[in-house]
Write a protein that binds this ligand. Structure first.
Ligand SMILES: Cc1cc2nc3c(=O)[nH]c(=O)nc-3n(C[C@H](O)[C@H](O)[C@H](O)COP(=O)(O)OP(=O)(O)OC[C@H]3O[C@@H](n4cnc5c(N)ncnc54)[C@H](O)[C@@H]3O)c2cc1C
Length: 471
């Protein structure tokens, strides 16, 4: 009989914590997950991924955006969209997802303990603040920290939960503002900027850097910027906010350059801070960096060997998708279960309107590594499915090695991009060449057919080069 209450205690019930708990339970271990009663499913289900993606879906549907090429610029599913319309769908999906998480944990015999966890020694977690104010103390042989992050708040800004908000609070707006300043053009900032712009809100994006989404293909980022400008988004790159003044009905954001931007509300999306300050890390022998993040080795083990950390609290890439696998792998490592490492090829999905996704190398990376490549492009407007769907702007771009014809990267912009990317990911993951895509029959009419069109484009260019060099 073990000296501990549990084989594994998981702190945090987001994607990383859930999957660590389930993986350990499937190995026959006794597992407890600690989280606040109203946060089951984590940031992912309650304030981050799921609400923002559901909101996007509601905006897309109710504004009729995706159908306007077919039915005209004035097409709307609902004329006056209210925050209640948007939130109804969002709350419905959150509720369902929380139930799925609870049921999954319960089915696998994982104990869900309500409250906030804090180390009192390296094997003991005190839990306080349950719904009835209960306190308890749990001991575990292993601990996984999966406490995630919260929005970082610059100290000089007065957040008032009404007009000056962070990206978590934007979900509690009581109405759709007619104008909005978004500070920070990272993924979260730009996703929300595109949603509010689609709702008819005049959005100004202020970003200190000279560019946005630098890690993406510049041609695709240009296409996105073009679309957003078309929806009346103004970009202020290379600009710093020095003050946000809040009046009774509006705000004025002042920039270091002297510009002043009036708007009904301001949303800050200035990075995120690891949730480690209340964890009592000192009692576990751990320290976090100044952004609250924990350092781990290749097996997600912290400097204290029986304590692991996974998900956003360990930093990049800070995605629900990767957090889940990190949780599973941490549990396998703790209990000696053999497992493969995460595949190096990881997709990036940006759920702007329109959406962006890519996997593998970018042109800039290949150029700086002196790897010769050719580009194959397919435009949705040349695909029958693109016409049927009313998407004339979408595109898919393949980067193909001119030396061994292997697929090196895939970049997609437009309808279904975040799903379509996985075809390219699978081909690349299996070391496939562009010829596989040329020789493959795709369902017709589909957007997946873009792969064949782009592959033919790339091989035609490679052939032209080969002809020239052999003549
Ligand atoms: C607006 C937004 C949009 C996003 N969109 C996407 C997307 O489209 N795709 C994607 O892959 N990712 C997206 N993400 C990122 C994704 O949400 C995170 O990567 C993911 O949620 C991280 O999972 P996690 O396991 O680290 O835990 P989290 O989901 O961060 O949850 C951590 C949990 O730990 C709990 N906790 C904290 N401290 C304690 C404590 N002391 N005791 C007990 N519990 C504690 C919290 O209450 C919380 O429930 C988005 C994030 C945001 C904010």
């Amino acid at each position: 009989m073990s000296a501990y209450d549990y084989d594994l205690i998981v702190i945090g019930s987001g994607p990383g914590g859930q999957k660590a708990a389930i993986a350990a339970a499937k190995l026959g271990k006794r597992v407890a997950v600690v989280d606040r009663h109203d946060m089951v499913g984590g940031v992912c289900v309650n304030t981050g991924t799921i609400p923002s993606k559901t909101l996007r879906e509601a905006v897309h549907y109710l504004t009729g955006m995706s159908q306007r090429e077919l039915y005209g610029a004035s097409y709307r599913v609902k004329q006056d969209i209210t925050i209640a319309d948007l939130m109804a769908r969002t709350q419905h999906v959150i509720g369902r997802e929380v139930e799925v998480v609870r049921a999954q944990l319960m089915r696998n015999g994982v104990h869900l303990v309500s409250g906030l966890g804090r180390f009192t020694d390296p094997h003991t977690v005190a839990v306080e603040g349950g719904p009835r104010g209960e306190r308890t103390s749990l001991t575990g042989e292993y601990v996984v920290i999966a406490t995630g992050t919260r929005p970082a708040r610059p100290p000089e800004v007065d957040f008032d939960e009404a007009r000056v908000l962070d990206s978590d609070e934007i979900l509690s707006l009581d109405r759709i503002p007619s104008s909005l300043v978004v500070v920070g053009a990272g993924v979260i900032g730009i996703e929300y900027a595109s949603m509010f712009a689609a709702l008819g809100c005049r959005v100004t994006v202020v970003e200190q850097r000279e560019r946005m989404l630098e890690f993406c293909d510049p041609e695709i980022v240009e296409s996105l910027k073009f679309h957003l400008r078309d929806l009346a988004v103004t970009f202020r790159f290379g600009e710093k906010v020095v003050d946000v003044a809040v009046g009774e009905h509006a705000t004025v954001t002042s920039l270091a350059s002297g510009k002043r931007i009036p708007a009904e509300a301001v949303m800050y999306s200035a990075g995120r801070q690891g949730m480690t300050d209340a964890l009592g890390l000192e009692h576990a022998g751990l320290t976090a960096d100044k952004r609250g993040r924990l350092a781990v080795d290749d097996h997600y083990r912290t400097e204290v060997p029986h304590i692991y950390a996974v998900g956003d609290v360990i930093g990049f890439p800070a995605l629900a998708a990767t957090s889940m696998d990190q949780g599973r792998l941490a549990a396998y490592h703790a209990f000696g279960e053999p497992a493969n490492e995460l595949a190096a090829l990881q997709p990036i999905g940006i759920y702007t309107i329109p959406e962006i996704s890519y996997c593998g190398a970018t042109e800039a990376e290949l150029t700086s590594s002196s790897i010769p490549y050719e580009i194959g492009t397919a435009r949705y407007r040349e695909l029958a499915r693109g016409q049927i769907a009313g998407d004339s702007y979408g595109m898919l771009k393949l980067l193909v090695s001119t030396e061994d014809r292997k697929l090196l990267g895939v970049h997609v912009f437009g309808t279904g991009a975040t799903d379509l990317v996985h075809i390219g990911q699978a081909v690349m993951g299996c070391g496939g060449t562009v010829d596989y895509l040329v020789d493959t029959v795709f369902n017709y009419p589909t957007l997946s057919e873009a792969y064949k069109v782009a592959a033919l484009d790339a091989t035609n260019k490679i052939r032209a080069l080969a002809r020239f060099t052999t003549t």
